[in-house]
Design a binder for this molecule. Structure first.
Ligand code: HPA
Length: 278
Protein backbone atom coordinates (compact mmCIF):
# COMPACT_ATOMS: atom_id res chain seq x y z
CA UNK A 1 0.00 0.00 0.00
CA UNK A 2 2.71 2.40 1.07
CA UNK A 3 4.01 3.55 -2.26
CA UNK A 4 0.73 3.66 -4.15
CA UNK A 5 -0.90 5.57 -1.33
CA UNK A 6 2.00 7.96 -0.92
CA UNK A 7 2.05 8.54 -4.67
CA UNK A 8 -1.67 9.39 -4.53
CA UNK A 9 -0.98 11.92 -1.76
CA UNK A 10 1.81 13.52 -3.79
CA UNK A 11 -0.37 13.60 -6.92
CA UNK A 12 -3.17 15.37 -4.99
CA UNK A 13 -0.62 17.86 -3.61
CA UNK A 14 0.73 18.51 -7.09
CA UNK A 15 -2.76 19.14 -8.51
CA UNK A 16 -3.42 21.64 -5.72
CA UNK A 17 -0.07 23.28 -6.35
CA UNK A 18 -0.98 23.70 -10.04
CA UNK A 19 -4.07 25.62 -8.91
CA UNK A 20 -2.63 27.73 -6.09
CA UNK A 21 0.71 28.48 -4.44
CA UNK A 22 -1.04 29.68 -1.29
CA UNK A 23 0.95 28.78 1.82
CA UNK A 24 -1.35 27.96 4.78
CA UNK A 25 -0.10 27.86 8.39
CA UNK A 26 -3.22 26.37 9.94
CA UNK A 27 -5.58 23.66 8.66
CA UNK A 28 -9.19 23.79 9.80
CA UNK A 29 -11.63 20.89 9.41
CA UNK A 30 -15.28 21.79 9.82
CA UNK A 31 -17.69 19.15 11.13
CA UNK A 32 -21.35 18.43 10.35
CA UNK A 33 -23.40 21.62 10.22
CA UNK A 34 -20.36 23.79 11.06
CA UNK A 35 -19.48 24.71 7.46
CA UNK A 36 -20.80 28.30 7.79
CA UNK A 37 -17.63 29.27 9.71
CA UNK A 38 -16.03 29.47 6.31
CA UNK A 39 -18.15 32.58 5.63
CA UNK A 40 -15.83 34.51 7.97
CA UNK A 41 -12.91 33.63 5.74
CA UNK A 42 -11.35 35.88 3.13
CA UNK A 43 -11.12 33.21 0.42
CA UNK A 44 -8.42 33.50 -2.24
CA UNK A 45 -8.70 30.05 -3.86
CA UNK A 46 -10.90 26.94 -3.71
CA UNK A 47 -10.21 23.38 -4.78
CA UNK A 48 -13.09 20.89 -5.10
CA UNK A 49 -12.30 17.44 -3.73
CA UNK A 50 -13.72 15.90 -6.90
CA UNK A 51 -10.92 17.52 -8.91
CA UNK A 52 -8.23 15.67 -6.93
CA UNK A 53 -7.37 12.24 -8.40
CA UNK A 54 -8.28 9.43 -5.99
CA UNK A 55 -9.35 11.84 -3.24
CA UNK A 56 -12.25 10.49 -1.11
CA UNK A 57 -15.42 12.51 -1.67
CA UNK A 58 -18.12 12.58 1.04
CA UNK A 59 -21.68 11.50 0.46
CA UNK A 60 -23.13 12.97 3.69
CA UNK A 61 -25.68 15.78 3.56
CA UNK A 62 -24.37 18.86 5.39
CA UNK A 63 -20.81 18.35 4.11
CA UNK A 64 -19.69 20.52 1.21
CA UNK A 65 -16.67 19.02 -0.52
CA UNK A 66 -13.83 21.47 -0.98
CA UNK A 67 -10.68 23.04 0.35
CA UNK A 68 -10.84 26.79 0.86
CA UNK A 69 -7.59 28.76 0.93
CA UNK A 70 -7.55 32.20 2.47
CA UNK A 71 -7.26 34.27 5.61
CA UNK A 72 -8.99 34.18 8.98
CA UNK A 73 -7.98 37.13 11.16
CA UNK A 74 -5.04 37.72 8.82
CA UNK A 75 -3.67 34.17 9.25
CA UNK A 76 -3.22 32.03 6.12
CA UNK A 77 -5.51 29.03 6.52
CA UNK A 78 -6.67 26.04 4.52
CA UNK A 79 -10.17 25.01 5.49
CA UNK A 80 -11.84 21.70 4.71
CA UNK A 81 -15.53 22.29 4.24
CA UNK A 82 -16.64 18.70 4.70
CA UNK A 83 -14.72 15.53 5.48
CA UNK A 84 -15.14 11.83 4.79
CA UNK A 85 -16.07 9.25 7.39
CA UNK A 86 -15.17 5.62 7.88
CA UNK A 87 -18.87 4.67 7.97
CA UNK A 88 -19.22 5.78 4.36
CA UNK A 89 -17.17 2.72 3.46
CA UNK A 90 -13.80 4.41 2.90
CA UNK A 91 -10.62 2.70 3.97
CA UNK A 92 -9.29 4.39 7.13
CA UNK A 93 -6.15 5.42 5.22
CA UNK A 94 -8.35 7.37 2.81
CA UNK A 95 -10.26 8.90 5.73
CA UNK A 96 -7.02 10.53 6.91
CA UNK A 97 -5.68 11.37 3.44
CA UNK A 98 -7.16 14.89 3.48
CA UNK A 99 -5.46 15.86 6.74
CA UNK A 100 -2.16 14.38 5.56
CA UNK A 101 -2.50 16.39 2.38
CA UNK A 102 -2.85 19.58 4.43
CA UNK A 103 0.31 18.51 6.25
CA UNK A 104 2.11 18.20 2.91
CA UNK A 105 0.88 21.70 2.00
CA UNK A 106 2.91 22.97 4.94
CA UNK A 107 0.47 23.63 7.78
CA UNK A 108 1.92 23.69 11.32
CA UNK A 109 -1.35 23.11 13.18
CA UNK A 110 -4.59 21.33 12.41
CA UNK A 111 -7.73 22.48 14.17
CA UNK A 112 -10.26 19.63 14.11
CA UNK A 113 -13.95 20.23 14.78
CA UNK A 114 -16.93 17.93 14.92
CA UNK A 115 -20.49 17.43 16.06
CA UNK A 116 -20.77 15.03 18.98
CA UNK A 117 -23.19 13.52 21.47
CA UNK A 118 -22.72 14.45 25.13
CA UNK A 119 -22.18 11.65 27.67
CA UNK A 120 -22.75 13.77 30.77
CA UNK A 121 -26.49 14.02 31.47
CA UNK A 122 -25.92 17.56 32.78
CA UNK A 123 -24.18 18.86 29.66
CA UNK A 124 -26.02 21.67 27.92
CA UNK A 125 -26.92 21.31 24.24
CA UNK A 126 -25.79 22.79 22.05
CA UNK A 127 -22.50 23.63 23.74
CA UNK A 128 -18.79 23.66 22.89
CA UNK A 129 -16.07 21.40 24.27
CA UNK A 130 -12.30 21.54 23.82
CA UNK A 131 -10.93 18.04 23.26
CA UNK A 132 -8.33 17.18 25.93
CA UNK A 133 -7.72 13.60 24.84
CA UNK A 134 -9.43 10.88 22.85
CA UNK A 135 -10.06 7.20 22.48
CA UNK A 136 -10.69 5.29 19.29
CA UNK A 137 -13.17 2.64 20.39
CA UNK A 138 -13.30 -0.41 18.10
CA UNK A 139 -11.97 1.90 15.42
CA UNK A 140 -8.98 0.98 13.23
CA UNK A 141 -5.77 2.91 13.77
CA UNK A 142 -4.94 4.79 10.53
CA UNK A 143 -1.23 4.04 10.96
CA UNK A 144 -1.69 0.27 10.59
CA UNK A 145 0.10 -1.00 7.50
CA UNK A 146 3.55 -0.25 6.16
CA UNK A 147 4.85 2.90 7.85
CA UNK A 148 5.07 5.96 5.63
CA UNK A 149 8.60 6.90 6.66
CA UNK A 150 8.33 10.08 4.56
CA UNK A 151 5.61 11.28 6.94
CA UNK A 152 6.68 10.10 10.37
CA UNK A 153 8.00 7.31 12.63
CA UNK A 154 6.62 3.78 13.07
CA UNK A 155 5.74 4.28 16.74
CA UNK A 156 4.77 7.93 17.25
CA UNK A 157 4.16 9.28 20.76
CA UNK A 158 0.56 10.30 21.50
CA UNK A 159 0.96 11.37 25.15
CA UNK A 160 -0.17 14.96 24.47
CA UNK A 161 -2.05 14.63 21.25
CA UNK A 162 -4.09 17.82 21.77
CA UNK A 163 -1.50 20.47 22.62
CA UNK A 164 -1.86 21.83 26.17
CA UNK A 165 -0.71 25.38 25.32
CA UNK A 166 -3.17 25.56 22.45
CA UNK A 167 -6.00 24.28 24.65
CA UNK A 168 -5.16 27.09 27.06
CA UNK A 169 -5.32 29.56 24.16
CA UNK A 170 -8.83 28.33 23.29
CA UNK A 171 -9.97 28.78 26.89
CA UNK A 172 -8.44 32.26 27.14
CA UNK A 173 -10.08 33.25 23.86
CA UNK A 174 -13.48 31.94 24.97
CA UNK A 175 -13.18 33.76 28.30
CA UNK A 176 -12.38 36.99 26.42
CA UNK A 177 -15.62 36.55 24.46
CA UNK A 178 -17.58 35.75 27.64
CA UNK A 179 -18.29 32.26 26.32
CA UNK A 180 -18.60 29.03 28.25
CA UNK A 181 -16.24 26.34 27.00
CA UNK A 182 -16.01 22.83 28.48
CA UNK A 183 -13.11 20.44 28.13
CA UNK A 184 -13.26 16.66 27.90
CA UNK A 185 -12.43 13.35 26.28
CA UNK A 186 -13.81 12.48 22.86
CA UNK A 187 -14.54 8.89 21.90
CA UNK A 188 -14.55 8.03 18.21
CA UNK A 189 -16.78 5.18 17.11
CA UNK A 190 -17.37 3.90 13.62
CA UNK A 191 -21.07 4.83 13.42
CA UNK A 192 -23.20 5.22 11.39
CA UNK A 193 -25.83 4.02 13.86
CA UNK A 194 -26.06 6.19 16.94
CA UNK A 195 -25.19 4.45 20.19
CA UNK A 196 -27.53 2.41 22.36
CA UNK A 197 -28.37 3.80 25.82
CA UNK A 198 -26.19 1.06 27.37
CA UNK A 199 -23.24 2.09 25.20
CA UNK A 200 -23.73 5.71 26.20
CA UNK A 201 -23.69 4.75 29.92
CA UNK A 202 -20.60 2.61 29.32
CA UNK A 203 -18.64 5.32 27.47
CA UNK A 204 -19.57 7.79 30.20
CA UNK A 205 -18.57 5.35 32.95
CA UNK A 206 -15.08 4.84 31.49
CA UNK A 207 -14.53 8.59 31.54
CA UNK A 208 -15.63 9.78 28.12
CA UNK A 209 -17.28 13.17 27.70
CA UNK A 210 -18.54 12.98 24.11
CA UNK A 211 -19.02 10.45 21.31
CA UNK A 212 -18.74 10.97 17.58
CA UNK A 213 -17.75 9.44 14.28
CA UNK A 214 -14.67 11.43 13.22
CA UNK A 215 -11.62 13.41 14.38
CA UNK A 216 -9.55 11.03 16.54
CA UNK A 217 -8.09 9.12 13.57
CA UNK A 218 -7.26 12.46 11.89
CA UNK A 219 -5.55 13.63 15.07
CA UNK A 220 -3.41 10.47 15.11
CA UNK A 221 -2.41 10.87 11.46
CA UNK A 222 -1.59 14.56 12.05
CA UNK A 223 0.56 13.85 15.15
CA UNK A 224 2.33 11.11 13.20
CA UNK A 225 3.46 13.86 10.81
CA UNK A 226 4.55 16.06 13.72
CA UNK A 227 1.73 18.56 13.28
CA UNK A 228 0.28 20.28 16.32
CA UNK A 229 -3.35 19.42 16.93
CA UNK A 230 -6.24 21.07 18.67
CA UNK A 231 -9.85 19.98 18.61
CA UNK A 232 -13.28 21.19 19.50
CA UNK A 233 -16.59 19.34 19.67
CA UNK A 234 -19.95 20.94 19.24
CA UNK A 235 -22.16 18.93 21.59
CA UNK A 236 -25.29 18.88 19.46
CA UNK A 237 -27.34 16.42 21.50
CA UNK A 238 -27.32 14.31 24.63
CA UNK A 239 -26.26 10.71 23.99
CA UNK A 240 -28.96 8.11 23.38
CA UNK A 241 -31.03 7.39 26.47
CA UNK A 242 -30.05 10.65 28.20
CA UNK A 243 -32.97 12.52 26.71
CA UNK A 244 -36.55 11.47 26.07
CA UNK A 245 -36.43 11.57 22.28
CA UNK A 246 -34.84 9.52 19.48
CA UNK A 247 -31.69 10.87 17.76
CA UNK A 248 -31.48 12.00 14.14
CA UNK A 249 -28.92 13.54 11.80
CA UNK A 250 -31.41 16.37 11.30
CA UNK A 251 -31.20 17.23 15.01
CA UNK A 252 -27.38 17.28 14.78
CA UNK A 253 -27.46 19.65 11.79
CA UNK A 254 -30.03 21.95 13.41
CA UNK A 255 -28.09 22.15 16.68
CA UNK A 256 -24.96 22.93 14.65
CA UNK A 257 -26.86 25.78 12.99
CA UNK A 258 -28.04 27.06 16.38
CA UNK A 259 -24.50 27.29 17.69
CA UNK A 260 -22.85 28.26 14.38
CA UNK A 261 -22.60 31.95 15.28
CA UNK A 262 -20.96 31.28 18.67
CA UNK A 263 -18.72 28.65 17.13
CA UNK A 264 -17.68 31.02 14.31
CA UNK A 265 -16.93 33.84 16.75
CA UNK A 266 -14.72 31.56 18.82
CA UNK A 267 -12.88 30.02 15.88
CA UNK A 268 -12.35 33.39 14.21
CA UNK A 269 -10.93 34.90 17.39
CA UNK A 270 -8.91 31.79 18.24
CA UNK A 271 -7.06 31.41 14.93
CA UNK A 272 -4.78 34.48 15.30
CA UNK A 273 -4.18 33.60 18.97
CA UNK A 274 -3.33 30.00 18.09
CA UNK A 275 -1.03 31.16 15.30
CA UNK A 276 0.80 33.49 17.70
CA UNK A 277 1.30 30.55 20.08
CA UNK A 278 2.80 28.21 17.46
N1 HPA B 1 -23.36 9.98 18.64
C1 HPA B 1 -22.41 9.85 17.71
N2 HPA B 1 -22.07 10.81 16.87
C2 HPA B 1 -22.72 11.99 16.99
C3 HPA B 1 -23.73 12.20 17.93
C4 HPA B 1 -24.08 11.14 18.82
O1 HPA B 1 -24.96 11.24 19.69
N3 HPA B 1 -24.18 13.46 17.77
C5 HPA B 1 -23.44 14.01 16.76
N4 HPA B 1 -22.57 13.11 16.27
Amino acid sequence: MANEYYEKLIRCRDVIREKTDFQPRIGLILGSGLGPVAETMEVVATVDYKDLPGFPVSTVPGHAGRYLFGYIGGVPVVCMQGRVHYYEGFDVHDVVLPVRLMGLLGIKLVFLTNAAGGLDPNMETPSLMVIRDHMMFNFPNPLVGPNLDELGPRFPDMSEIYDKNLRDVLHTTAAGLGMKLDEGVYIQLTGPSFETPFEVRYYGAIGGSAVGMSTACEAVAARHMGLKVCGMSCITNKGAGLSAHALSHQEVIEAGQQIAERFSALVTAAIPALDAAL
